[in-house]
Design a protein around this ligand. Structure first.
Ligand SMILES: Cc1cc2nc3c(=O)[nH]c(=O)nc-3n(C[C@H](O)[C@H](O)[C@H](O)COP(=O)(O)OP(=O)(O)OC[C@H]3O[C@@H](n4cnc5c(N)ncnc54)[C@H](O)[C@@H]3O)c2cc1C
Ligand code: FES
Length: 259
């Protein structure tokens, strides 16, 4: 099985970890995209046969390293958090289709909720490198779960909301989506819990701004074999189900059907 070395593991917030690993592929030769995910096998035991999908948060091509940021919530991700620098981990990827980077985008809005924030960092880095102005709305439950704020501030104008008001404005990411926030924006990109994605799509649809949503479906194989990750889409072929691990997890917002 493909094993790679853990270079760094650190707790960065309440229950949240940053792990840097040697990339399982040569990044300089790979057409990786922000929004793709890595698929971790957390134990050789049969109980943990299913891999855990974690998004690429940052790619460091010069040193061939990838960073992931994740919440240790169930037994699998708790096991992942117990790995230390020098250990090895079984991981494949980057997998799936990520956020497309358009040449013509002069200003972009990135909207992240909770553990949906990390994949938007590599996206912001890539957009910034193209000269795109970035506005980031980052939402968290509370200040103790806020992550990657300084990293985003280095790349974007950042607006923070928390459910309890303990950091930034009290409320939801959609509370900030008024006319002044979207003025001049030509693309939006969102990642977060499904209710947030549904609300973002609903709020921005009338503006006509093209958007991309990263869907978080439970996954099995991660490579298109098991159909464990299907989501309803409406595109030129009509309404049908797609495998989010292979066709996504990122989709044009107008195609995503929330039932
Ligand atoms: C494309 C994608 C990218 C993701 N990126 C991140 C990330 O960057 N950081 C992060 O913290 N989390 C991310 N997640 C969610 C993460 O995969 C789950 O939190 C994790 O798999 C849960 O595993 P567990 O061992 O903690 O929980 P358990 O409850 O022990 O997991 C049991 C099974 O359910 C699956 N599962 C449970 N919750 C989820 C979930 N929300 N999404 C998908 N599968 C789930 C697990 O993969 C495992 O197969 C992502 C999910 C997807 C689909
Ligand atoms: S997780 Fe198996 S087909 Fe997508």
């Amino acid at each position: 099985m493909p094993r790679t070395e853990v270079v760094l593991q650190e707790k960065i917030a309440d229950g949240l970890y940053r792990m840097v690993i040697k990339s399982p592929v040569d990044l300089s030769q790979s057409a990786y995209m922000p929004g793709q995910f890595l698929h971790f096998r957390v134990s050789d035991s049969i109980d943990f046969m299913l891999r855990r999908p974690i998004s690429l948060c940052l790619a460091d091509e010069a040193n061939n390293l990838v960073t992931v940021v994740y919440r240790a919530q169930g037994e699998g991700t708790k096991r992942l958090s117990r790995l230390a620098a020098g250990d090895t981990v079984d991981v494949i990827g980057p997998l799936g289709k990520g956020f497309p980077l358009h040449e013509e985008s002069s200003a972009a809005l990135v909207i992240g909720g909770g553990i949906g924030v990390p994949p938007l960092l590599e996206l912001a880095k890539k957009l910034r490198a193209k000269g795109t102005r970035i506005v980031a709305i980052l939402g968290f439950q509370k200040a103790s779960q806020a992550i990657l704020i300084e990293e985003f501030k280095a790349l974007a104008e950042v607006f923070i909301v928390t459910d309890d008001g303990s950091m930034g404005k009290k409320g939801l990411v959609t509370d900030l989506l008024d006319a002044s926030m979207i003025d001049g924006i030509s693309r939006y990109y969102a990642c977060g819990p499904t209710p947030m994605l549904r609300a973002v799509k609903q709020a921005l649809e009338p503006s006509g701004i093209l958007g991309y949503l990263s869907l978080e479906e439970r996954m099995g194989c991660g490579i298109g074999l098991c159909a464990g990750c299907v989501h309803k889409i409406q595109d030129n072929d009509g309404v049908h189900y797609v495998k989010t691990c292979k066709e996504g997890p990122v989709f044009p917002a107008q195609e995503v059907v929330f039932s």
